[in-house]
Design a protein around this ligand. Structure first.
Ligand code: MFK
Ligand code: FAD
Length: 465
């Protein structure tokens, strides 16, 4: 019979594929008519009645994928060419690249988080899929480069995932699991893999509620041969900003996945990913502020300059600590400081980015409000920084939990660090005092900010410098 078999011809969505027909209709129909007609014609079923879940991204988006790989936007941190300084190298490059990356910084943040999760899990022997994924997440070869999603949020809420996660994981005989659930926000839905949370079903079909019932799973979005891993892209979100970035609602309908770490320790196991994605969030917030400053020549009030520089320093300092931790060089104080800074850093920089960029737009007058200046997009995209990766309230609570768990020792670590930094600065005494005043004011601002966010009276906590 011979070895060659002609594959069956595939018919995809006949309207999506038909550029000529689309362009013709767009040319002759009013926009509002076109919207309705397109919605009808695009309904994603193929000629055989099967739903076609194809996420069509632009060639520019796919080029950004390749550039990100070639430039080592994730790889730099894991190649460790410069040991613990590699992380700083990577985030410095992210500061320059982020505001020009058309939000490709988002998949890169999650890909970096996934790589950190895998590396710190020590599970690559036990689960070879993780080893294979790590190599692809950290490669500079665009054809092999994979990106990762982070699917945590469900319809009932994204802050308290412990209570709000309904996805279940059904054990299979081969040791894998099938996931059934609905992920309400999945950004950069073109990702190759995702880490997600679900509750393992026992033989009676029961699950443990709350955070202790959550486990972490690794899944590949496509199975061998390129078929979807039983995922349905239900719809794309229509968003205020970040429109360059595809964010979808995804139905998991029996998707094959692998348990990562210990059953019931899902939140703790995914936390290294949160550390890295929150670091990126703060770095990108600072980078957006820097960009508007660079663009706005007239924007020179001292207060805002200090804000931008302070936020950049917070991000860089957090990255330095991440670098020490991943190089195995972090002291106990470094680890405590990182745990504390990660929440403050993310919440503060994200809030300040919105305020500073808004000021920056105003400095351009009417031009700051016009789309073709390329300025309004900075404000629209910065707003999401306060929401994703933990809202301000939720991170304030996280901070309180850390303070409660570690006790006053953590504040001592902060003040000792500030004092030792100041004593190392090559400054004259008067300069030293003014720097000390500045830092004390900034710290007081941060603490006040957190307390206000929690509805507490700011004067109840004194910060010594
Ligand atoms: C341009 C930049 C782009 C960046 C990418 C953006 C893409 C968008 C992606 C997303 O938005 S993904 C969704 C992000 N979702 C969140 O960030 C959820 C926000 N909610 C929280 O962070 C809550 O605090 C949390 C869900 C973690 C609370 O859950 P639990 O189960 O009540 O946590 P709990 O009991 O406080 O902690 C459980 C364990 O995890 C504890 O360990 P132990 O059991 O050993 O004591 C905690 O210490 C540990 N843990 C929790 N948060 C941690 C952490 N460990 C380290 N770091 C943390 N941040
Ligand atoms: P809720 O949890 O319902 O919170 C609503 C409000 O209540 C907030 O103001 C919050 O601060 C407040 N609140 C909640 N709990 C408390 C509390 N205990 N005390 C005080 N106040 C509280 N998620 C993913 O998992 N993966 C993604 O890829 C992803 N991409 C996203 C992309 C975009 C553009 C956006 C906007 C969101 C994305 N998200 C993603 C979801 C995001 O992480 C959540 O929106 C966020 O965690 C908040 O969850 P929620 O929307 O359910 O709000």
């Amino acid at each position: 019979r011979g070895a060659f078999f002609q594959p069956r011809p595939q018919l995809y969505n006949t309207f999506v594929e038909d550029v000529f027909l689309r362009q013709y209709l767009q040319r002759v129909m009013p926009v509002e008519v076109c919207e309705e007609v397109f919605a009808d014609l695009e309904r994603k079923y193929n000629a055989w009645g099967e739903k076609v879940d194809e996420l069509v991204t632009s060639s520019a988006w796919r080029t950004l994928h390749d550039i990100a790989a070639e430039e080592g936007m994730v790889a730099i941190a894991y190649e460790r060419k410069h040991a613990q300084w590699s992380r700083l190298h990577q985030v410095a490059k992210t500061i320059l690249w982020g505001p020009s990356s058309a939000l490709y910084s988002c998949p890169i943040a999650m890909t970096d988080g996934a790589a950190m999760l895998i590396e710190s899990s020590g599970l690559t022997q036990e689960l070879p899929q993780l080893g294979k994924a790590f190599a692809r997440l950290t490669t500079r070869d665009p054809t092999n480069f994979w990106t990762s999603g982070q699917w945590m949020t469900e319809r009932r809420g994204g802050s308290d995932v412990g209570q709000s996660t309904d996805t279940v994981a059904v054990p299979q005989e081969d040791g894998s699991y099938r996931l059934y659930g609905y992920k309400w926000f999945t950004s950069a839905t073109d990702a190759d893999i995702a880490f997600t949370l679900a509750r393992v079903q026992d033989p009676q079909g029961l699950v443990t509620p709350g955070s202790r019932g959550l486990s972490l799973f690794y899944l590949e979005t496509r199975l061998g041969g390129g078929a979807h891993n039983s995922l349905e892209l239900v719809r794309l979100k229509d968003k205020l900003g970040t429109r360059q970035l595809p964010t979808a609602e995804v139905l998991l309908d029996g998707s094959t996945a692998h348990l990562v770490g210990t059953e019931g320790r899902g939140v703790a196991t995914i936390s290294p990913m949160l550390t890295v994605t929150r670091l990126h969030n703060s770095i990108i917030s600072a980078a957006y502020m820097r960009r508007i400053l660079q663009l706005s020549r007239d924007y020179s009030t001292r207060r805002t300059v200090v804000e931008t520089r302070g936020c950049t320093l917070l991000g860089l300092e957090t990255a330095r600590l991440v670098g020490l931790k991943e190089a195995g060089l972090a002291t106990k104080s470094d680890t405590l400081l990182l745990r504390l800074l990660n929440s403050i850093n993310k919440l503060y920089t994200a809030k300040q980015a919105v305020a500073v960029i808004s000021e920056g737009l105003e400095s351009f007058g009417g031009a700051g409000y016009l789309e073709d200046t390329g300025l309004p997009v900075l404000l629209r995209d910065a707003q999401v920084g306060t929401i994703w990766e933990g809202t301000t309230n939720v991170l304030s609570l996280d901070l309180l939990r850390v303070l409660q768990k570690v006790g006053p020792e953590i504040l001592e670590v902060v003040t000792d660090t500030v004092k030792s930094r100041l004593s190392r600065l090559p400054l004259a005494r008067c300069q030293l005092e003014s720097e000390a005043d500045l830092i004390r004011d900034r710290m007081q601002d941060v603490v006040t900010f957190v307390l206000r966010a929690m509805g507490e009276e700011p004067q109840c906590l004194e910060v010594a410098a």
